[in-house]
Design a protein around this ligand. Sequence first.
Ligand code: ACO
Length: 355
Amino acid sequence: MFQSKIAGIGHYVPETVVTNDELSNFMDTSDEWIQERTGIKERRFGSRFKETTTTMGAAAAKIAIKKAGITAQEVDFIIFATLSGDYYFPGCGVLVQRELGITEQEVGALDIRNQCSGFLYGISVADQFIKTGMYKNILLIGAEMHSMGLDLTTRGRDVSVIFGDGAGAVILQPTQEEGKGILTTKLHSNGMYAEKLALLNPGSHGGYHLNKMGIEQDLGYSDAKYGDVFVSQKMLDDGHLYPNMEGKFVFKMAVKKFPEVIMEALATAKLTPADIDVLVPHQANLRISQFIQKILKLRDDQVVNNIQKYGNTTAASVPIALSEAVESGQVKSGDLVCLAAFGSGFTWGSALIRW
Ligand code: ACO
């Protein structure tokens, strides 16, 4: 069996910086509220005239491919994690294949819909494919264009101030270097809380899960039978086409599950928190990252935080943060790097990598 390693990494964020003060032009919020509760100072919003989740993913992928010293044509499998795909379907995996100009190879493309933990799920899947010798150059992308689907009014302020756009990508390859690469990955989920952080519509649920979970949401199609139950004018009018989140509930689960899943990975690798050199947590809220840091007794310089600049970029957050940490020299050869994420589903996961 081979071990897998990250052979190349890159990230891309759109040019346009949107500050907290700018958001307060659209909604009743303030720089003080956003910074105090989340740590976020600004985020990037993509340009709808020239960017999509796929194009940002492709931009990050090109850097990762170059850093790995391969050509796009050598990529033998694609994994794309996002919750803000260009289309409802097909997913961004095939679109990025086209964007990179490698359709001729007809390699497989897999889309992952695990929101904030999407990149962790992707790394775990890629690791298994590499270990068994099935693929040699897997392109894994996490990318989001949240700005196209946020309720930028006071009604949506609890969710919309958090999210930003961006993309990160890695190339995973086999390595026979003893002790190097991905040591272990851990994945979990609990569907009991699926609606606590979700974009419920449009969807094929027809109100079924909502009724079952006692969620009152008049979707405006109580008499409809087929066809017109997917999306309705009432959904638009009432803001039911935007994400909803029970922030406090999510927060409480996150601070419990992050340390749990990190400790689980450490136990498998027969390591302890004191062995971690760099922690790259999903950038959901600076307070969540600080809480994990305290539990694991890590110094400030051991935890990568860039939520201040980019907000929460969901599936892109871990690879963007990791890419910046590699670029700045915060992650060095031989370091034990711990990645962890928690989010909608709920789904969560961790990975330990000897860099
Ligand atoms: N600006 C100003 N006031 C606001 C804003 C805003 N943007 N948003 C909410 N408020 C108000 C609320 O209306 C409320 O007012 P009230 O007391 O008069 O009712 C007050 O501020 C407090 O609101 P809370 O929601 O209780 O604030 P909280 O301290 O919980 O912070 C936050 C909210 C930042 C969302 C936090 O709960 C959080 O970070 N949760 C976890 C998010 C997370 O980890 N998500 C997972 C990843 S995302 C994914 O998977 C897609």
